[in-house]
Structure formats: structure tokens, C-alpha cells
Write a protein that binds this ligand. Structure first.
Ligand SMILES: NC(=O)c1ccc[n+]([C@@H]2O[C@H](COP(=O)([O-])OP(=O)(O)OC[C@H]3O[C@@H](n4cnc5c(N)ncnc54)[C@H](O)[C@@H]3O)[C@@H](O)[C@H]2O)c1
Length: 437
């Protein structure tokens, strides 16, 4: 791909629509409002707090990312979404139990005005949920056309210039790419015939992409990770990315594993287990939704450790991931990791991690960064899979036949070098020989 010749400025307002207005979505919306009011800091957001080094270390040039690339300002963001429950964003945020009452109170006037549009939903894809705020009695194609109308109406009534859609809905049952996912034509035919290979999340992504709207996939669902969507994204000049926000345990895994690998320490096993009690945990209590999550979580170690290159170190790893639904914990998950590593001459060692984590607190800034970066990418004329946003995902999308980068530090370098490349700045290789000439 050629470097963008110019990047259109972020004129006017940016609309953000989330299919799914649950814990992650409402924590994100409330957080943006609290930051706008000066009541909190956007901790965890690279776009708001991060800097980017330019040029040599001796030059002292490290602007804020948001001053380096033209991102939409927070006060230009307008929110909306869909959910199967009719609760306003305020009611949903209260039920999610993530934020303290003082934050809920401060965000109440703003959140109470955000009402979910009717969802395209089918319980066969999310077994443990049922709701009333659902579009009814149509083919999947009709539902997808209705979502397109929803996007158009939102744009008109809210007066936004551009829209980005970020899936914050539940994890659907495990699906694998099917013949009907291969081309846009086959996909439309399959929607018209209510083919079971078409999950509700795909109706949203199809509607967004064919409306020229960028799409980020925060769940491990297949959604945009199929050839038909990728072809449509190129055709409609839409950047897309996914899948599954990298928060909690996988974030820690992709921070630690690159360190063991860099030191050539061996590994026999990594056992991860979690207890969580939010609605996401309830959905994942169904084995078919858990399978989708498990597949997404298992890939990271394999790709980071490359057992085919290091059979003596990583050829016999037992990697297990468990999620246990345990209501008393609510959104405050606890994740335990037991890591069996070995060192010099094969002597074994163990590492235990106990992460008392807040999932949606980690996920909210990811949603913010993704919508701002996807909007930037679109204004820069970038389309299709945005691999530079792998940083934010548990199972990053890549071009066909290309293995994904899971190492958080490589992902971070890739992201920042992409921003430098977009702005015509020298890439940073960390070679540093010039300081010693
Ligand atoms: N919390 C995290 O840190 C985290 C991390 C990675 C991925 N995720 C994923 O993000 C998603 C959201 O997580 P959450 O904690 O907010 O879950 P949540 O259960 O609180 O919210 C999801 C919402 O999606 C709604 N929904 C389900 N199907 C829908 C459809 N077809 N259309 C519209 N709405 C629909 C549900 O009613 C629910 O309100 C989940 O898929 C989760 O696996 C979350």
C-alpha cells in the first residue's frame, strides 16, 4: 500500500455506534463524558495519553499522539447503539456494575439520553440471553437493510459527519468460515435464505461496510473475519479490524510471553483460569460461546513462542484456558495464571500471577482508541484489514496466509511506525549506530 498523500482533517462530529450497549460500551461512553467534563483522566488510552518519539533520541521530539495525527476531539463524539434490552445507557451502566455511583451520577444526564435501537438478534447464536428490544419477523437480509437505515437515520438526526461502528455485543456461538462467507454475492444470497452460517453480528458488519462505515470487532465472533467482508471493505473504501479486545489475562500473557521468549527460557505449560460474574461471563457459561472465546485466547502463545522454530523450548506446552461464571464477582474478574518455565540445563521454575482485574475498565479505552484510529485511517484513504491495530486484539486479523503478530511490543512498534509512515516521518528501527559515529 502507498503512503497516504494527504489526510482529510476531522471536520465536524464523529458518530460512534455500538451494537451491544452492555458493560464495555457504557463504561466507554460514560468515561468519555467524564473526561470531557474534566472529572477523570483517560487512563489506558494511547490516543489521549500516549506520545510518539520522532527523529533521533537526541532531538527531544516526543509529541502527544493526538497532536501528531489529526484525531477527532472528544467533544466532537456522538454516541448511539443497539441492544436487545431497552435500557438507556444509564440504566445499562447501573446494571453492569462497573462504575461507582459518583461517576454514574455525573454521567447520568448524558447517558440517560442514549437509547438503544432495536437489535438484530437470534437466540440460537447467544443461548443464555433473551430480550424484547429486537427487530422482528424478517429475513436476515431485511434485518441488515434495517440496520443500514438505522445508521443513515442516526447520521441525519445527530448531525454527525462520519460514523464508526464498534461491536460491543455478546460473544456468539463458534462458527467457522463457510462457503457462503467467501464472496459478497454468496453472502447476500445466504442472508436472503436465512442461512444459519450468517450470525447477527455479520448483519451489522455488512450494513456498516456497505454504508461506507469503518467497523471494529470487539468480540471473538467471526463477523468481519471472512473474505466477503474483506472484499466489501476494499470495494467501499472502509477500514476494518478485529477481533476480541485484548484486556485482562491475554494482555498479561502477551506482555510476559515475549519476555520469556526473548531470554530463550523454556516452557512446559501455561494454565489460565478466571472467575467473573458479569453478563459476559453468563454468556460465556454456554459451551458454544465459550468455544469462540477459547479459540481466540489460545492463539496468542503459539504465535509468540513459535514452537516450530524452538521445539526444545516450546514443543511440548500444555496451554489451558478456563472461564468460570461466578456471579458474586460481577465485572471485577480474578484471573490466575500458573506458568511452568524452565531454565539453564532444563531446571524447572514456576510463576504465579493473580490479576484482580476490571475487564471493562481495561476495554473502554481500547474502544476509544479504535474508533479514533479507524476514523483517521478512513480519512487517510486506508481500507481493508488494519493490521497496525493488532495491538488492541486477542486474535488480530491479518492478510490471508500471514501469521498474526501477538507480541504486544512488536504490535506497539507497528502501530507507532504506521503513524510515522502516515505522516511522512522517518521510521524508528532502534538501530542507533549513528550515535557512535
Ligand atoms: N469486558 C472486556 O474486557 C472484554 C474484553 C474482550 C472482549 N470483550 C467482548 O466484548 C463484548 C461485550 O462485553 P461486555 O462485557 O460489555 O458484555 P455485556 O454482556 O455487558 O454486553 C453485551 C451486550 O450486547 C447485547 N447484545 C447481544 N447480542 C446483540 C445483538 N445481536 N445486537 C445488539 N446487542 C446485542 C447484550 O444484550 C448485552 O447488553 C463481549 O463479546 C465480550 O466477550 C469484552
Amino acid at each position: 500500500m502507498r503512503r497516504p498523500a494527504n489526510i482529510a482533517p476531522p471536520k465536524g462530529k464523529l458518530g460512534i455506534l455500538t451494537p451491544g450497549m452492555g458493560a464495555v460500551s457504557t463504561t466507554f461512553m460514560a468515561g468519555v463524558e467524564l473526561v470531557r467534563k474534566g472529572a477523570a483522566q483517560p487512563v489506558g488510552s494511547l490516543t489521549q495519553m500516549g506520545t510518539i518519539r520522532l527523529g533521533k533520541r537526541t532531538e527531544g521530539r516526543s509529541p502527544r499522539i493526538k497532536d501528531f495525527v489529526a484525531l477527532s476531539e472528544l467533544d466532537k463524539l456522538v454516541f448511539g447503539g443497539w441492544d436487545i434490552f431497552p435500557d438507556t445507557a444509564y440504566q445499562a451502566a447501573c446494571k453492569a456494575g462497573v462504575l461507582e455511583q459518583k461517576h454514574l451520577d455525573q454521567a447520568k444526564p448524558f447517558l440517560s439520553k442514549i437509547r438503544p435501537m432495536k437489535a438484530a438478534f437470534d437466540q440460537s447464536y447467544v443461548k443464555n440471553l433473551s430480550g424484547t428490544n429486537v427487530k422482528k419477523g424478517k429475513t436476515k437480509y431485511d434485518l441488515a437493510l434495517e440496520i443500514k437505515d438505522d445508521i443513515k437515520n442516526f447520521k441525519e438526526t445527530s448531525g454527525v459527519d462520519r460514523v464508526v461502528v464498534a461491536w460491543c455485543g455478546s460473544t456468539e456461538i463458534f462458527l467457522i468460515a463457510d462457503a457462503v462467507h467467501q464472496t459478497p454475492g454468496k453472502f447476500v444470497e445466504a442472508m436472503k435464505k436465512n442461512n444459519p452460517a450468517i450470525a447477527p453480528s455479520m448483519l451489522y458488519s455488512w450494513a456498516a461496510i456497505t454504508s461506507g462505515v469503518p467497523f471494529a470487532n470487539g468480540a471473538p465472533n467471526l463477523t468481519v473475519d471472512i473474505p466477503a467482508m474483506q472484499a466489501l471493505a476494499l470495494e467501499h473504501n472502509v477500514p476494518i479490524c478485529g477481533k476480541d479486545f485484548k484486556t485482562g489475562q491475554t494482555l498479561i500473557k502477551t506482555i510476559l510471553a515475549p519476555g520469556f521468549k526473548a531470554r530463550m527460557l523454556g516452557m512446559n505449560g501455561w494454565f489460565s483460569t478466571n472467575i467473573l460474574g458479569n453478563r459476559d461471563g453468563e454468556v460465556l457459561d454456554d459451551p458454544s460461546s465459550f468455544k469462540t472465546k477459547e479459540e481466540s485466547k489460545l492463539g496468542a502463545l503459539e504465535y509468540i513462542l513459535q514452537p516450530h522454530l524452538y521445539p526444545q523450548l516450546y514443543g511440548k506446552i500444555h496451554h489451558k484456558v478456563r472461564i468460570n461464571y461466578y456471579p458474586p464477582r460481577g465485572d471485577n474478574k480474578e484471573g490466575w495464571d500458573n506458568i511452568d518455565i524452565f531454565g539453564w540445563l532444563g531446571y524447572p521454575m514456576q510463576i504465579k500471577v493473580d490479576f484482580l482485574c476490571r475487564d471493562s475498565i481495561l476495554a473502554a479505552p481500547i474502544v476509544l482508541d479504535l474508533v479514533l484510529f479507524l476514523d483517521l485511517a478512513q480519512r487517510a484513504g486506508m481500507r481493508g484489514i488494519q493490521e497496525w491495530l493488532s495491538f488492541y486484539f486477542k486474535a488480530p486479523m491479518t492478510a490471508p496466509n500471514l501469521y498474526p503478530e501477538h507480541d504486544l511490543f512488536i504490535q506497539s512498534m507497528k502501530l507507532k511506525n504506521t503513524l510515522r509512515w502516515m505522516m511522512g516521518q522517518e521510521l524508528i528501527t532502534h538501530l542507533g549506530q549513528e550515535y557512535y559515529d
